[in-house]
Design a protein. Structure first.
Length: 378
C-alpha cells in the first residue's frame, strides 16, 4: 500500500496579498492584481499583475538585511519563511526542497555580465534559496513550462512514497519580465485587456507574477489536505500550441483519477489552467467533457493573478485548498459569455459548497500536461 501524502502548510506572495488570508479576502471581494502598466518592459501600455517592489522590499527587510538577493529570490524566501518557522522541522537528509520555475532569474540577462549569467542559471537560484534556510539536501529544480508548479507537487508526492524523504518543501515562482512579455507578444497571445478565461470575448493571456509555497509531508498532523492522485502526460502536439482534442490533459486527469480510485461524479471542484487563449481554453473544455466533468464547478484564477507561468499551478493549488477548507467556490473573474464549443460549469459568483474532492490541472508549451487530485482530510 502506498504511503499517504499530505499538504500541511501553504503560503503565497502575490500582487493582492503577502499571505493566504489576504489573497482569499481580496478574491472574495473581486479585487484583481491586474492593472495597466507603462514602463520599459514594453513600448506601449500593457496589462499585467505585478507585485509592488516597495512593499516587497519592506517585507523582506523584516527578515533579512542582505542586499544579495534578486527580486524573485526575495519573493520566494518570503513565501517559504513563515512556513518553515511554523513547521519547526529539523533539516536533515529526510527533508527535501523543490524549486519550481519557468524562467527563474531571466531578468539578470538584461544587464550582461559574468555574474549575471551565473544568476540566470536555475540551479544557482535554487542553491541561493536553499542556503538561506540551511537545507541539508541538494535542491531539486522542476522547470517544465507552465505545468511546473503542479508537476512539482506530483514529484514531491512520489519522492515521499518512494521513502526518499519524509517531508518536502516546494516553492514556485516567476516574475513579469521583458523577455516573457516579448515572447507572448510574438505569438500575438497578449490580451489588450485583462484576460477573460473561457469567455467568448477573450483576447488572450495576461502575464502575472507570484510565488507560492507548500509543505508536503507523510505526517498527517495538522494536515490541510491529502494528495490522492496525479498524472503528467506529454502529447507532443506542438512547440507552443495545445492538442486540439485535449489528449494529453485527458490522459493526465484519467491517470490521477485511476490512482485516486474516484470517478467524475465524486469531484466537487476543478481549478482549471484557463489562460484565456483561444486554443488552451477550448482544449481544456474538450478534455473535461471527454471525462464527464462538464457539470463540475470550474474556475480559472487567471482573472485575479494573470498567468504566473511556473508559479501558476502551485499558487492556484494553494487557493484551491482554501476553497476546500472553507467550503467556498470562488468566481472565475472576467468570465462573461461561454466561449468554448463544449459546455462547462464556470463559477460565475462566489458560493458556498461542501467540497471533498478537488482537481487541479495545468498545461504548457511543448505539449506538457499535469493533473493532481486532492481530498479533504476529515
Amino acid at each position: 500500500m502506498k504511503k499517504e501524502v499530505f499538504i500541511t502548510e501553504t503560503n503565497c506572495i502575490t500582487p493582492i496579498g503577502f499571505d493566504v488570508a489576504a489573497n482569499v479576502q481580496n478574491i472574495m471581494n473581486g479585487v484583481s492584481g491586474i492593472q495597466l502598466h507603462q514602463n520599459t518592459m514594453m513600448d506601449k501600455p500593457f496589462y499585467a499583475s505585478i507585485v509592488n517592489s516597495e512593499q516587497l522590499n519592506e517585507a523582506f527587510a523584516k527578515i533579512s538585511i542582505s542586499e544579495n538577493f534578486t527580486r524573485l529570490e526575495k519573493m520566494m524566501i518570503l513565501a517559504l519563511e513563515p512556513m518553515i518557522k511554523k513547521s519547526k522541522l529539523n533539516f536533515d537528509e529526510k527533508v527535501g526542497f523543490i524549486l519550481s520555475t519557468t524562467k527563474g532569474n531571466i531578468t539578470a540577462l538584461e544587464n550582461p555580465s559574468e555574474d549575471n549569467f551565473q544568476k540566470a542559471h536555475l540551479h544557482h537560484l535554487a542553491k541561493n534559496i536553499a542556503s538561506f534556510f540551511g537545507f541539508k539536501t541538494s535542491p531539486i529544480v522542476v522547470s517544465n513550462a507552465c505545468v511546473s508548479g503542479v508537476l512539482s507537487l506530483s514529484i514531491a508526492k512520489r519522492l515521499i512514497q518512494a521513502e526518499m524523504f519524509d517531508s518536502v518543501y516546494v516553492v514556485a515562482g516567476d516574475e513579469v519580465s521583458r523577455f516573457v512579455l516579448s515572447g507572448f507578444n510574438s505569438f500575438l497571445a497578449l490580451s489588450d485587456l485583462p484576460c477573460k478565461p473561457f469567455s467568448k470575448n477573450r483576447t488572450g493571456v495576461t502575464i502575472g507574477e507570484a510565488t507560492a509555497a507548500v509543505l508536503v509531508s507523510s505526517d498527517n498532523e495538522n494536515s490541510k489536505i491529502k494528495i490522492i492522485g496525479d498524472g503528467s502526460i506529454n502529447d507532443a502536439n506542438h512547440i507552443s500550441g495545445p492538442s486540439r482534442n485535449g489528449e494529453g490533459l485527458f490522459r493526465s486527469i484519467e491517470s490521477a483519477m485511476n490512482e485516486a480510485k474516484i470517478n467524475a461524479n465524486q469531484i466537487d471542484y476543478i481549478s482549471a489552467h484557463g489562460t484565456a487563449t483561444l486554443f488552451n481554453d477550448e482544449m481544456e473544455a474538450i478534455a473535461f467533457n471527454r471525462l464527464g466533468l462538464e457539470d463540475v464547478p470550474t474556475n480559472s484564477l487567471k482573472g485575479f493573478y494573470g498567468h504566473t507561468l511556473g508559479a501558476s499551478g502551485l499558487l492556484e493549488t494553494v487557493i484551491g485548498i482554501q476553497s476546500v477548507l472553507e467550503n467556498k467556490l470562488f468566481l472565475s473573474l472576467g468570465f462573461d459569455e461561454m466561449g468554448v464549443s463544449e459546455s462547462i460549469n464556470i463559477i460565475k459568483e462566489n458560493e458556498d459548497k461542501n467540497i471533498n474532492y478537488f482537481l487541479k490541472t495545468a498545461s504548457g508549451f511543448g505539449g506538457c500536461n499535469s493533473a493532481v487530485l486532492f481530498e479533504k482530510v476529515k
